[in-house]
Design a binder for this molecule. Sequence first.
Ligand SMILES: [Zn+2]
Length: 503
Amino acid sequence: MSLYKQYPLSVQNNLTKQKEQFEPLSEGKVGMYVCGPTVYSDVHLGNVRTFSSFDIVYRYLTYLGYKVRYVRNITDVGHLVGDADEGEDKIAKKARLDQLEPMEVVQKYTNGFHDVMQLFNLLPPSIEPTATGHIIEQIEFIQKIISNGYAYEVDGSVYFDVKKYNEDQPYGELSGRNVEDMMSNTRELTGQDQKKNQLDFALWKKAQSGHLMKWSSPWGEGFPGWHLECSAMSTKYLGLDFDIHGGGMDLKFPHHEAEIAQNKGCSGHGGAKYWIHGNMLTVNGRKMAKSEGNGFTPEELLTGNHKLLDRGYSAMTVRFFMLMSHYASTLDFSNEALQAAEKGYKRLMASVNLIEKLPAAGSGNVDQTKSAEFKGIIEKVLTDLSDDFNTAKAIASLFEVSSRINSFYQNPSDLAVIDKAIFDETIKHFRGVISDVLGLRNEVVGGQDAEVLGGVMDVLIELRKQAKFSKNYALSDKIRDDLKEVGVQIKDEKGGEMSYSID
Ligand SMILES: [Zn+2]
């Protein structure tokens, strides 16, 4: 039986505002679209959190046995400064300032984005389409919307007619906004405006003279509006109806709302069935933003080279830290939280590494009750993950498996009574969830962390053999600290001998 049948998934659907049983449109397959980065600057940690959240969604769906097509775009044109319809294109602006070709800017920051994704062990999507690679599809999309009466052209630019659309379909259903309220809250149009209504948004913008990124279209030379690319590319690769659409919470309005309107205005189909949004990252309770001076880059985080950081933290520590909260909750970044995550991560990985040193399970009189209870812990992990991808709860249960492993190591007789098949199945999922779902790996083989962890394991084995140290054996403070982090307390005893305990 497929794992997804055994552990049915529920998701918080922001379109219906309900937690729903997840049922893909076609059995065993999932189509997922996630809004990718606009590649005009370095990725900051808030972006990493958003993409990590959907990395977990992708990984867990795959782990459950679904065949997933994951599309995450690269926005390389059309995203204007200020996120609205006026102002310079973000990429063109950066190209002007740095005296580069726009495509050099795009390449530079796309490469940087990929490096960061790899560093934090995010899987690449199945398809990573770019907006500039889909100009024809976007033009065709606009033509259909115009012919359906939901868009109009003014002097080489095309706008989506929100008021007209709203007569037939509710605009604002995702963000819970009401068109009348929004209209009364927007400024009056002046004679200068091309739009019929302030809520209308650009599908195509006429290129002014000197504009760097432009293409021919039925309306003259111009470029596509920012919202349009996601409608055109999700339709092209996932169809008129698909399963999941994701993105950061800040994209819900207007970007995602506009996407739904464009899709329905074009074909009558709304696109995704489930809309999922990742929450933001705060720093000491304040929103992470470059303007606040608290938005650090992954590099600053690793080196500790930022005034808000006590020291550097490894990529896996940061990944683990992000998994310690549910994707839909805000996550507060602090040195204390990072240090706690570092301990947790090391502890979990130490128990993964300890598995190989365990004697065989089921070598004694198998106790079915104890075996079933052990199995129950890993079932809880999977049930937690199937509850709207709740990594926070799942990690708490993983720690329970981890402390069992530690105690089996200390008392092999407890392991002897566990049914071997149950033990193997539990360990298979324990390892699978940690590496395939949570994406945690042993940090850099040969690097300092691996050495420390390896050292800790060697010391543990030695301790286990001897149960005490000889008089002349002195542990360095560093090893003591590392042992403490994985739950081994070294107690000094009289006569220079030492004893230890593992919790
Ligand atoms: Zn998008």
